[in-house]
Ligand binder design. Structure first.
Ligand code: KG4
Ligand code: ZN
Length: 346
C-alpha cells in the first residue's frame, strides 16, 4: 500500500511516498527542502522564519513527492491508503503547517490520517530496506532534541531505559561549534574538523575532556558539563584557534565513547539480538564506526543496523514508514482529531 508522509517539525519541509508490503518498505520518493542556509546567519533556527518557509514549501514539496512516485493530484486520492504526518514534538508553528496541510489533503481526498511522533519515526529509518529485524531491539536515538536508549519489543511498543539528564548529543555538538564559532549546525562541522586531526603537536599539551556518567550504573547521559569543560579549556588556551581539529576530535570522542559504552552495556544486560541507531547524530561517521567496531568485538552475535545516511537527519520517508506500520495496526485518525503537540511524549 502507498503512504504519503509529511514532516515539518523543525527546519526541514519534507514529503515522501513509500510502498509497504508486509515488512518490506520501498521508498518511491523522498523530497527534503532544508532551511539551513536561511537559519545559518542567526546561529540557530528562528521559529517564525521556519514557519513561514514551511507554508511556502509544503505544497510544492508534496507535489514533487507525488510526481516522483508516479502520482498526480488526480490519482493520489485513489492510490494512496493514508497520509502520515508529524504531530510532535517540535516547534509548534512549524508543526501546525504540516498537520494542517495533511488535514486539508485528508479531507479533500477522503483519506485516513496517521499521527506520528517524530522521535519514534527516527527509529523507522532503520526499517527501510531491512525487512527482517528481530525484536527486542535496542535503539540509540541521538538527535538535536533527544538522546535516548529505548527497548523496542514490537511495532509501537517502546520503553525508555536511559536518556540525557540535560543536553542532547546533537545539541552538545551545536553548542560546541558555537563556542568555537565554526558554524551551524554544529554536528557535521565538528565532525569534519575532527576528521582532520591526526595527533597532538609536541609543543602543546594533549586536550582531555571528561566522559560524563561513563561509569555510573545506569543508562543515562549528560552532555552539559562536557560543553562547560570545553569552554573552560578554550578560555585557558591562548592557542585554541590553531587547534580546532584537536578540540573537535576530543569533543566528538567524548560523546561517541559515552554513547557506545552505554549502548553495549544495555545490550548485554537485556540480551538484545538487534541494535539500531537513529536521529540526526546517527549521520556521524565516528559514531557509526565506533559502534560497528564495538558490536563486532564485544557482541558478535548481535545484529547492528545503521540507517542509510539519507534517512538519518529529518526526512519524511521515516514518517511514511512509521505511518505504514501504525496504519497496519489500525492506529489511524481523522482530520478532526489530529492535533499538533510541541511536547508530544515518546
Ligand atoms: O534528527 P535531526 O535532523 O533533528 C532533530 O530531530 O533534532 O538532528 C539534528 C541534529 C543537529 O544537532 C545536528 O548538529 C546533528 O543532528 N547532526 C550531527 C551530524 N549531522 C547532524 N551530529 C554529529 N555528526 C553529524 N554528522
Ligand atoms: Zn529529527
Amino acid at each position: 500500500m502507498l503512504i504519503l508522509g509529511i514532516e515539518s517539525s523543525c527546519d526541514e519541509t519534507a514529503a515522501s511516498v513509500i510502498n509497504g508490503q508486509g515488512d518490506k518498505i520501498v521508498v518511491l520518493s523522498n523530497i527534503v527542502s532544508s532551511q539551513i542556509d536561511i537559519h545559518k546567519k542567526y546561529g540557530g533556527v528562528v521559529p517564525e522564519v521556519a514557519a513561514r518557509e514551511h507554508v511556502l514549501h509544503a505544497i510544492p514539496v508534496i507535489e514533487e513527492a507525488l510526481l516522483q512516485a508516479g502520482l498526480t493530484r488526480k490519482t493520489a486520492a485513489k492510490k494512496l491508503s493514508a497520509i502520515a504526518v508529524t504531530a510532535g514534538p517540535g516547534l509548534i508553528t512549524s508543526l501546525i503547517t504540516g498537520t494542517e496541510t495533511a488535514k486539508s489533503l485528508a479531507f479533500a481526498w477522503s483519506l485516513p490520517l496517521v499521527s506520528i511522533n517524530h522521535v519514534e519515526a527516527h527509529t523507522y529509518a532503520n526499517f527501510i530496506g531491512n525487512p527482517k529485524i528481530k525484536f527486542p531491539a535496542l535503539i540509540l536515538t541521538v538527535s538535536g532534541g533527544h538522546t535516548l536508549l529505548v527497548l523496542m519489543t514490537d511495532h509501537g511498543a517502546f520503553k525508555i531505559i536511559g536518556e540525557t539528564i540535560d543536553d542532547a548529543a546533537g545539541e552538545a555538538f551545536d553548542k560546541a561549534a558555537k563556542l568555537m564559532d565554526i558554524g551551524y549546525p554544529g554536528g557535521p562541522i565538528v565532525s569534519k574538523f575532527a576528521s582532520e586531526f591526526t595527533q597532538t603537536p609536541n609543543k602543546y599539551p594533549k586536550i582531555v575532556l571528561p566522559r560524563p556518567l561513563l561509569h555510573k550504573p545506569n543508562f543515562n547521559f549528560s552532555f552539559s558539563g562536557l560543553k562547560t569543560a570545553l569552554l573552560y579549556q578554550l578560555q585557558k588556551d591562548k592557542n585554541w584557534q590553531k587547534r580546532i581539529p584537536e578540540y573537535c576530535h576530543e569533543f566528538e570522542q567524548a560523546i561517541v565513547q559515552t554513547l557506545v559504552a552505554k549502548t553495549i552495556k544495555a545490550a548485554e544486560k537485556y540480551k538484545i539480538p538487534t541494535i539500531m541507531l537513529a536521529g540526526g547524530v546517527s549521520a556521524n561517521s565516528a559514531l557509526r564506526f565506533a559502534l560497528q567496531e564495538a558490536v563486532s568485538k564485544q557482541l558478535p552475535k548481535t545484529q547492528l543496523i545503521l540507517p542509510d545516511l539519507k534517512y538519518t537527519t529529518d526526512n519524511a520517508a521515516m514518517i511514511a514508514t512509521n505511518g505504514y506500520f501504525r496504519f497496519k495496526n489500525k492506529q489511524q485518525t481523522d482530520y478532526k482529531s489530529l492535533k499538533a503537540d510541541p511536547n508530544l511524549a515518546f
